[in-house]
Each structure stands twice: as C-alpha cells, then as structure tokens.
Design a protein around this ligand. Structure first.
Ligand SMILES: NC(=O)c1ccc[n+]([C@@H]2O[C@H](COP(=O)([O-])OP(=O)(O)OC[C@H]3O[C@@H](n4cnc5c(N)ncnc54)[C@H](O)[C@@H]3O)[C@@H](O)[C@H]2O)c1
Length: 322
C-alpha cells in the first residue's frame, strides 16, 4: 500500500489529527499514516472503527489514539487540539449530500461550524499545517459555467473554502483545500456518489446491481486521495489554495467493462442521467503543489477493490446491503 504513496515519517514531528477518521477517506488516511509509522490521532463522533478495520490490522489500530467528539462543538474541538497538540490536521468530518438535504441545520453545524471550529482551534494553538476536504459539489455554489447541481452540501463546502481564505488573510493560518471527485474503494459506503463502489462490491458478492447514473465520472481511488491529504500537510504551506482532484476520467460503462473482465457473470449495469457535477477536472495544479502523491490507474484500482471485497466478504467483514 505505502510503496505507491511514499509517505516520509521524518516530515512529521508530532501526531497528525484526522477528523472524520471513521469515514472512508479518514480510514485510508489512518491506514497510510500507521503504515508509514507516523503517529495518528482520530477524532470522530463515535468509536465505530468498522471502516478502519477493513484496512488496518487490529495490532496497528491499537496504536491510533481515538477520541470521540462532535466537531460542531467548539469546546470539544479546542480540548482535543490542546490534548493532542498535533503537528498537522486533516479535517474530513462532514455530512454528505443526502444527509445535508435531510437535515440542513445539522449539515450546516457539522460542515460549516465544524470547519470554523477546526480553524479557530488551529489559530489559537498556532497549528501551521491544515488540509481540509471541500468537494467538486462546491462548483454548484459558484455558478461558474460548469452547470453543476446546486446542493446545500456544495454551498457549505464553498463556504468552507471562503472561511479558509479569511483565516489565511486575517490570521496567517495557512491551509490546503482539496475538492475530491467521485471517490471509490473499500470503505466507500455512503453518499450520492458511492454507487460506483457498490457496483464493485456487488460483483464481488455475485449480486446484480444497477448504478443509478451513467456517462463520464471521475474515478478517484480512496488511497490516492488519502495520500494527497497527507502530502498536503507534510510541510508548512502558504495561503489557502484550493485544488480539484479528479483521478481518472472515464464513463461509468468503462469501469463496468473492467469489472466484467474480473467477474464475467456479474450482472452490473448503469442507467439514468450523468451526475451533474464537473467530472473532468485537471489534477495537474494539485500535483504541482504537492509533488508525487502516487496515482492509481483505473483497471488496477478496480481490481484491487474487487479482490479486497472478495477477501472481506469471505472473512464476514463486508456484505452487500439488501
Ligand atoms: N467520498 C467522496 O467521494 C468525497 C468527494 C468529495 C468530498 N468528500 C469529502 O471528504 C470528506 C470525507 O469523505 P468520506 O467519504 O470519508 O465521508 P464519510 O461519510 O465516509 O465519513 C465522514 C465521517 O465524519 C464523521 N462525522 C460526521 N459528523 C461528525 C461530527 N459532528 N463530528 C465528528 N465527526 C463527524 C462520520 O462519523 C464519518 O466517520 C468529507 O468532508 C466529504 O464531504 C468526499
């Protein structure tokens, strides 16, 4: 796993705090950190380590300090920062598109107030390395001609980018924002765009599945995006730049064709309209800023995910939901 992503232990003089660490990307960030020998501290709402367990051996999981707390509560966040004294923060805690739609107030608390809490705690403690997750859904809030769907989630993420800019300008709290596209891989089990991963899981489970969208999507491997977040905090940065992160651009149908080579009898199809988010954005500006954070070709990423799901299903750790 780590050969592909070259994470240098020596770049981290203290622990890396990962918010939303029990989520998909957070679990991959923890897995890469622990394998590189970088001390990690997880912060999440609950102690549910279901996703990290899919990627990290129990003996390694024990090395990760795990704190439970709500990112939207400022006192909790300050207290965690003061106790952990991280050298860097990777802020991923958020509610995804369907959850923001179902409960807009909760979405604003977690996705906006939570981000203010992280920046405020970093300002107070003088933490100089922060990376946070925005999203391609932020394009919906920009009305910049991409024709992206308007969502509250995207509005909150765009707001986060503006918060980061103000913290940089007013208080010199620097950060890197990353707007991931459609992340796929082990651990991706919720959110509007999780259906490409469900297709791979269904094939591994020998079950039929229909991806409810078609056409071009970004295929961004979860390990690759986790590596980019870690590289973003591997040294101090300037300002508050925000970068798109697309991975491989390919139609859903191309991914399903690769999948059928692995599982010829799999009844996996796609239908419906293409997703109304920009899906073909360049990764070059992010690569120019971060250097080589590794890259995962589509066929290899799908094969790795398919084989990992087969093994996890055999071990009873993952199943295809009814
Ligand atoms: N997965 C994608 O394709 C994708 C694409 C673009 C952006 N992002 C962003 O990347 C980040 C990580 O995405 P993911 O796929 O790992 O998400 P996820 O939904 O798998 O995980 C989110 C984690 O945040 C935690 N969380 C939620 N509310 C919290 C709170 N109040 N306090 C503390 N923790 C809380 C959840 O318990 C969960 O473990 C998010 O900010 C997401 O918006 C993801």
């Amino acid at each position: 796993m780590n050969e592909r992503y070259s994470i240098d232990r020596a770049s981290f003089p203290g622990p890396v705090l990962v918010t939303g660490a029990g989520g998909c990307i957070g679990s991959w960030v923890l897995a890469l950190l622990v394998r590189a020998g970088v001390p990690a501290c997880a912060l999440d709402l609950s102690e549910d380590k279901r996703r990290p367990r899919l990627l990290i051996a129990e003996s390694d999981l024990e090395k990760i300090a795990w704190r439970t707390g709500d990112i939207s509560e400022s006192e909790t966040v300050v207290q965690v920062f003061e106790t952990v004294r991280p050298c860097a923060v990777i802020h991923l805690a958020a509610l995804q598109v369907p959850f923001c739609k179902a409960d807009p107030v909760a979405g604003a608390k977690v996705n906006v107030v939570g981000t203010v809490n992280v920046f405020e705690a970093a300002r107070r403690l003088g933490i100089a390395r922060i990376a946070y997750a925005s999203s391609i859904a932020a394009y919906g809030a920009m009305d910049d001609g991409h024709g992206a769907m308007h969502t509250l989630y995207g509005a909150y993420k765009y707001c986060d980018e503006q918060i980061a800019k103000v913290y940089s300008e007013d208080w010199k709290v620097a950060s890197v924002g990353i707007r991931p596209g459609v992340v796929y891989g082990v651990g991706r089990d919720q959110g509007l765009t999780s259906k490409t991963t469900f297709a791979i899981l269904a094939a591994a489970a020998g079950r039929p599945y229909e991806v409810p969208f078609s056409g071009g999507v970004s295929w961004l491997y979860a390990g690759e995006v986790a590596s980019a977040f870690i590289h973003a905090v591997s040294r101090e940065r300037k300002g508050a730049p925000v970068f798109d992160m697309n991975g491989v651009y390919a139609p859903v149908e191309e991914g399903l064709r690769i999948l059928r080579q692995l599982a010829p009898s799999a009844a996996i199809t796609s239908s419906g309209q293409p997703l109304a988010f920009p899906m073909h954005l360049p990764d070059e500006p992010l690569r120019a800023q971060l250097g080589d954070y590794g890259n995962m070709p589509l066929a290899e990423g799908i094969r790795e995910t398919y084989e990992a799901f087969q093994s996890l299903i055999r071990r009873g750790l993952v199943s295809m939901p009814e």
